[in-house]
Every structure is written in C-alpha cells, then in structure tokens.
Write a protein that binds this ligand. Sequence first.
Ligand code: NI
Length: 260
Amino acid sequence: MYIDTHAHLNYPEKYGDLPQLLAKIAAAGVDTVINVGWDPASSALAAEQAERLAAAPALYFAAGFHPSNLQDYQTGDEERLASLLQSPKGVAVGEIGLDYHYEDTDEAAQKRAFCAQLELAEALSLPVIIHSRDAAADTLRILKDNRAKLRAGGVMHCFSGSPETAKEYLKLGLYISFAGPVTFKNARRLDEVAKIVPPERILAETDSPYLAPEPFRGTLNTPKNVVQVYEKLAQLRGEELFALAARIKQNAKTLFYKIR
Ligand code: NI
C-alpha cells in the first residue's frame, strides 16, 4: 500500500540482515522502497540489493553523488552512475544537490557536481532526487538556470524549507517530499508547506536510517516508519489516509516512471 520514496537500506553497518528487516517493512504495509545511493559504492550496493532482494517490498534504487560525499568525485564518474542506471530498477539520479551545513564545505565543487549530474539525468531521461540543506538560494538558482535539464522532473527530498521556497520549486515542476520532520512537534512552518503542496505533487519518505518520525524519534529509522509520515500528512491535509497513500503511490509512479 505505502511507498517509501527515499531510504538508505544500502547501509550494512546500520541494518545488518536485510531480508529480516524487509519482512518487517512489508508487514507494515510498505510495498515499495527506493533505495538511494550517495556515492558510487553505495549506489552500486543499492543496485545490487534491488536485483538480489526483488521480493516484498519491491526495491528500486537511485544512483548519485551526495554533495557531502564528493571526496572521491572526479569528472567522468557520472559514467559509473550511468552504467548502474541502465538497470530496469534504476529509477533516478540521486541523491544530488547542495549542502552548506558543514564548515569545510567546498561550494564550488558541490555546484560542479550538482550541474554535471543534472546533465546526466537529462542524458538518461531520468528524474532527479535533490538534497538541499542550508543552501536554498543556490539550489533554486541552479535549478532555474538548468531548467531545460529537468525534463524528466525531480523531487525536493526531505523538504525542510519555507512555504515560499516550496512554491518556487513547485513552479519548476518539482515534487515536494516529506519525511520524519513533518511529524515533529514545533514543525509549524513545515505543517504549512504540507497543507499547500497540490495533491499531484506530494511524496513521502523516511530518509532512513536518519530522522525517525514521532513517536520513534531518536531511534534507528526504517522504511516501515513511513506510515507515521503518511498519517501526519493525512491529518494536516484533512485527507483520508488510504486515499492519500494511493495518490502518493500514483505520483511516485508518474515521476519514477520505471516503477511497476
Ligand atoms: Ni537521503
């Protein structure tokens, strides 16, 4: 019934025996998970897991360089991502974007990698999964400047900005995805965003292993907790839970068109 559009199950130190965890995820009603890479190794593992563990939930993957994981990035590395994404399970380029949270941030390098991967997405006709932290102005500017490369669309993952910023991304045709933080108390600004995103542009995710939703905040997050995100979104939007779940599944299949 539910889809988790963004999780990192490709994290053996956190998740150990994946088949056991997957059984729990499926039992919670989560039938589809997009397993997202942050560098070539994690992307390759996500691809391998999607091939090997193709039961319930159905696993798909995204491949990309996260802006905080560019230490090994070299021009030409996009080809490694491209070959992974030939797989029928490879649904997006991601996660990519900008993250200025840490003091030693190399903003120029992040922008270069972001733009190169937008180009890759265009070449592969795949959507992008965008991470943006403490970098809304530059993220927005780069996306506006590269609008032509967004032909296959994209999503602002784990959105945490203002309603005004959300509206700018919506104007670019992007989806807005909500994760655990929308369930946190005092998330008033995010509550407002959850109310204004049009039904055809909303997505939900966990960003596991990070950011477990209430009432599990502070514990190891897993895709089964995406149910709490759906429940909070349904409550905020005054929608029926199952109708919202069906709508989000449809949105995910529209954006990530390789999902069956
Ligand atoms: Ni992530």
